[in-house]
Design a protein around this ligand. Sequence first.
Ligand code: HEM
Ligand code: HEM
Length: 278
Amino acid sequence: MKKNYIKMVLDLLMAITFVLLMNPRVLNGLPFHEIAGLVIGVAILTHIGLNWRWVINTTKKIFTPKLPGKTRLSYLLNILLLILMATVIISGIFISRVVFPNLAVEGWHSLRGIHSFSADATLALVGLHIALHWQWVMSICKKALKTKEGKLRKGILASVILSLAILAGGMQWYASTATPSMGEFYPKQFQQSDAGPSFNNGNNTGNSTFSHQGPPPNGDFRDGKFHGKDGHGGSNNPFLEMLNYFAIWAVIIIPAYFVEKRILRSKRKPKEVQPKLS
Ligand code: HEM
Ligand code: HEM
């Protein structure tokens, strides 16, 4: 049971981090985006590690007809998710300007297109992935918040609210105080050039275009002025950003959950064996 709570906390933190990553301008911009993008990679490996028994058991049974349709679907979805998530992170590393500025490669624009497209596709698939586990999420929340007699565990509820408030306060504080940490990257990578992809800081004129390596001259990672496109969210406010993408997930999760409930469960034969999740 304790393992399920650990999973739940990790899943929630991954979900929050993922939606914040959908807009590279939130918090302190690219420094946060790139570091959190790498951290989520480690979190996902931990997430897979926590479900390793499921991975092994399902892999062994994947070609047996007894395996429930839902498990097979989950397996396929997980493989796609792994490929897409790896594509987002690896393409991110190759367009990186803060953490790996030396790895920037030619064809930056197409890589950025791949990065952006795979991020959108991952967002949609994570929505489906959560929908397939929605029953698990609800049952863990219920077990955590209610006693066997059906009474509300006020202490746990208060701790959850307090933890979320601390997280929100921390984010608000970070968003309002953090400044782009560009010191060590600036002098080394900053190049002035007329060719190649350029930062558009909104007030560029003539020769004030810069190579995409290293931060822009005014250090403006934060407002997203360093690129032409506005990212996806359109807002720098982390809370609006979260609301925006959680709403998108809700639009995917709600119908997918009900479709899954109707189709997959009604098809499940009684003799089918479901591999254990934990
Ligand atoms: C923001 C991203 C993600 C969220 C919020 C998320 C959420 C969840 C949840 C709620 C569960 C059920 C409980 C649990 O075991 O933790 C789960 C299971 C699982 N997830 Fe994820 N997940 C994410 C990304 C991924 C990725 C990228 C993979 C890559 C393969 C993955 C692989 C798995 C596996 C193997 C399981 C257990 C087996 C199953 O699908 O039933 N997850 N995930
Ligand atoms: C799950 C992880 C990640 C997600 C979901 C994600 C998502 C995104 C999205 C949606 C954009 C905006 C694309 C556009 O507007 O065209 C973006 C831009 C970018 N990302 Fe990521 N990213 C992730 C990881 C990373 C990593 C690990 C790095 C580098 C180490 C990185 C570096 C960048 C850079 C340099 C940009 C371009 C910023 C600009 O427009 O100037 N990303 N990312």
